[in-house]
Design a protein around this ligand. Structure first.
Ligand code: MIG
Length: 818
């Protein structure tokens, strides 16, 4: 271009252009104001390109994509130009070949699949959705709109939907507030929230996804925008639900129900599920800030074995490092980590270490040098490095939105894996910076080639850090499943890590909150979650700690953790009766491992959440809309934790159907509230009639013993019920090649007989040969039991009243008759 300026004609034009620009600059037209709240006008026509439909009002453009029968995506481009398709949450938009159609009349355009119709109203560009019975499930309250962001460029983008008088809202990740979000205004900006309070917002994660239940029908909205985002569920105006962001595109997925479960499954289809964890990761984990030196770590580990309390993992918090430098060891505290870790491993402990994003500015530190040489650290807009204070002192921070940086970081774990580390705990990745809170807005990010300031990258920074950690470990550990845990995240982070709810407090209120937050995370994509059992800061007494262990037994991720300035916090720290009760519950966790692992498989493979709140069981029951204590783990076991000090009994709602009290096997009819005794030794636990709950013997850690037989606890029902039982090698990715065993049991019964049928899929054969049956609730005394026509002898009733017998694991049909 420069050369052409010598061309006289072009030169003349150039001068003219410059003059025009010059004149313009010197004559600021005062009338030209930034765009303030501009609404979509009238859609003038529709253009179709495959499953994409484009509408415009002469300037702004709206794109509507049919993703599948249940999911429709809406995007807005204020001046007609869409951003390139790119999403960290939805890496690949799987678009199934499905039938859909476009129709038009005087009033509207209609895009329909077999389940949903998206309506675009001609008069005012209002967009609404209806089901195939014509019920409007979601409707714009105002046309989509935007407002110029004068300081940064781009637009604030807004969408407002009608909010119905009885509409309830759920989801949104880790919000520390009531389970039903009706009446709340919430914000998403990942924040290090030490000792957060009830109602504090935002916390560590951004999950811009909500589930609505109105009149018994459910739909979801996933607003895939990484900028600071905001949701208002009828708070400002009780007739409106709105969501908006400080930049980026208005882009959302409408996800059809009609059941909450359908919505959550579709959300998982878009953003992914957790990979199968190594089985040990479902065991009990012990953590503290910090266990050091080595002698202390060994003492804690020995304490578990001496006390006969099962434990699979022990954690090293930041003090294992040399001056908090990531990927180093403190020579003083841990002179020979390889030896220590291998000896711990011999005793059944996996070692998990913490890692932070801040890299100490230190030219004698190899990680810093490599990052500096390769320009891997984040920069400010004026080209200074992003520097901030965290644990190591002055730090710079890798730009995890750059794929080269992710590869590099992932490779840094080689040495840790070589010394035997089995899992990595990713902390401080909101990102957290002392004093400032986080990075300034002007920090630049590579954003996988899409570029962006920190405003756009902030909420995905932590997710990209743990992605890099997970992918690196996966490469290094070859076919072994890595275990990772993260504090920060964005939608889709479940593909790379488990999560804990952050720095909670040792109070009863936080126990209550933890119960709500785990249920909420579970229906927001992050099923593999748990709280710091016992509370991170503050001091629990024995009762609170035990009640927390009891809840934690039913958190998919079960870890006790505490801050360094608190008293000893191991399951035996409070003396009796607490130690024994804690042991009993941790043992229960290990007995239930095959059941929990199966529930995890249902999550991974089929997109079910692991924890399911009461409203999800029965979304037509209005009494469930504000219920937040009861939940099921998988679909068979109902838990209602005890959340108050000194509580002797509590009210528990049982969803419809028959339930067995887990502790005494009494049968209780559901569909109502019941009062349950709550001595410190138990919490209300119920098993759905018709369930087959597989059980392993108690082990001090996963893999301690060869499993010789699996117990099947079969709960009689007089209706047909299905159960699943999943097993595999427990630590490899062979399941991706169908090397697993997925068993389905069908149970049915009457006053005089009962049948248990088994079918199997998959290519894995467990080593044990037989099942040990416990028949619970059998309403008759059996005279004959047979497996595939062959009589089973020696069945008997045990002291607990169960009927016991054994059979080969390969049976197809067991018949029990009076
Ligand atoms: O600034 O690594 O939430 O679990 O023990 C505190 C020390 C940093 C915060 C985590 C907490 C961890 C602690 N970390």
């Amino acid at each position: 271009m420069e050369d052409n300026i010598l061309d006289p004609e072009l030169l003349a034009n150039k001068i003219l252009e410059d003059e025009e620009e010059f004149r313009h600059l010197n004559n600021p037209a005062e009338a030209i104001k930034p765009i303030i709240k501009k609404y979509l006008g009238v859609p003038n026509k529709v253009d179709q390109a495959g499953n994409k439909f484009y509408f415009n009002d002469g300037d702004a453009k709206v794109e509507i994509v049919v993703v599948n029968e249940q999911v429709i995506r809406v995007r807005l481009a204020p001046h007609g130009v869409f951003l390139e398709e790119f999403s960290y949450a939805v890496p690949k938009l799987e678009q199934k070949k499905i039938a859909f159609s476009l129709a038009e009349d005087d009033k509207e355009y209609r895009i329909s699949t077999s389940a949903v119709t998206c309506h675009v109203r001609k008069q005012d560009f209002l967009i609404s959705f209806s089901d195939n019975e014509g019920t409007i499930t979601s409707m714009d309250a105002t046309p989509m709109h935007w407002e110029e962001n004068v300081k940064f460029g781009g637009y604030y983008v807004f969408c407002a939907k009608e909010c119905h008088p009885e509409e309830s809202f759920f989801g949104m990740g880790d919000k520390p507030t009531e389970f039903n979000l009706r009446g709340k205004r919430l914000h998403n900006w990942n924040t290090d929230a030490y000792s957060f309070a009830w109602g504090q917002d935002p916390l560590y994660r951004t999950i811009p996804f909500y589930i609505s239940v109105n009149d018994g029908i459910s739909h979801g909205i996933f607003f895939d925008n990484t900028f600071k985002s905001h949701f208002d569920f009828g708070a400002e105006d009780k007739t409106k639900t709105s969501f908006w962001a400080d930049g980026g595109e208005m882009q959302y997925y409408y996800i059809h129900g009609p059941h909450m479960m359908d919505v959550v499954k579709s959300y998982h289809m878009l953003t992914g599920t957790h990979p199968m964890p190594p089985m040990w990761a479902l065991g009990y984990h012990q953590c503290r800030w910090s266990y050091y030196p080595e002698a202390k770590v060994r003492k804690i580990a020995a304490g578990f074995r001496e006390n006969n309390i099962p434990c699979d993992a022990i954690y090293l918090d930041i003090d294992y490092m040399d001056g908090y430098r990531c990927f180093t060891w403190s020579k003083k505290y841990f002179p020979d980590p390889k030896k220590m870790i291998s000896e711990l491993a011999a005793d059944g402990f996996k070692t998990v270490v913490i890692i932070d994003p801040g890299i100490r500015v230190d030219d004698n530190y190899w990680v810093f040098k490599e990052g500096k040489e390769n320009k891997y650290f984040c920069r400010r807009s004026d080209d200074y490095f992003m520097e901030g204070h965290v644990w190591p002192g002055r730090c710079q921070f890798p730009d995890f939105t750059n794929p080269d940086v992710r590869d590099w970081w992932g490779g840094l774990f080689q040495e840790l894996v070589d010394v035997g580390v089995a899992g990595v705990w990713n902390d401080m990745n909101e990102p957290a910076v002392f004093g400032a809170g986080t990075f300034p807005d002007d920090v630049r990010h590579q954003y996988d080639g899409q570029r962006g300031s920190h405003r756009k990258a902030h909420n995905v920074y932590g997710m990209q850090m743990v992605r890099s950690t997970y992918e690196g470990l996966r490469k290094i550990m070859k076919n072994k499943r890595p275990f990772t845990i993260t504090r920060a995240g964005y939608s889709g982070v479940q593909r790379f890590a488990s999560a804990w709810t952050g720095d909670n407090v040792a109070t009863w209120e936080h126990l209550k909150l933890g119960n709500i937050m785990c249920q909420r995370l579970s229906i927001s994509g992050i099923s593999f979650c748990g709280t710091d059992i016992g509370g991170f800061s503050g001091e629990p007494d024995g009762e609170l700690f035990t009640r927390w262990i009891q809840l934690g037994t039913f958190s998919p991720f079960m870890r006790a953790h505490s801050a360094g300035d608190t008293k000893e916090r191991e399951p035996w720290s409070f003396g009796e009766p607490y130690t024994s009760i804690n042991r009993k519950f941790i043992e229960l966790r290990y007995k239930l491992l095959p059941y929990m692992y199966s529930a995890f498989w249902e999550h991974h493979r089929y997109g079910f959440p692991i924890l399911r709140p009461a409203v999800m069981q029965e979304q037509r029951v209005t009494g469930n809309y504000f219920r937040q204590d009861e939940f099921t783990f998988g679909d068979k076991i109902l838990i209602c934790p005890v959340l108050e000090a000194g509580q002797k009994s509590r009210i528990v709602y049982l969803p419809g159907g028959d339930w067995y009290n887990f502790w005494d096997n009494t049968l209780v009819e559901g569909g109502k509230e019941v009062e349950v005794q709550t001595p410190l030794e138990t919490i209300p636990l119920f098993v759905k009639a018709g369930s087959v709950i597989p059980e392993y013997p108690v082990m001090q850690y996963v893999g301690e013993k060869e499993i010789e037989e699996v117990i099947l606890n079969v709960y009689f029902s007089d209706y047909e019920a299905n159960s699943f039982f999943f097993e595999d090698y427990g630590e490899t990715f062979a399941y991706e090649q169908d090397i697993y065993s997925e068993k389905k049991f069908v149970v049915n019964g009457s006053a005089t007989d009962m049948t248990i049928q088994q079918s199997m899929a998959g290519l894995y054969t467990p080593r044990y040969e037989q099942y040990h049956f416990n028949l619970i609730g059998l309403p008759f005394k059996p005279s004959k039991i047979s497996a595939d026509g062959k009589a089973i002898t020696g069945f008997r009733q045990n002291a607990d009243g169960y009927w016991e017998f054994k059979s080969t694991k390969n049976f197809k049909r067991i018949e029990i008759s009076k």
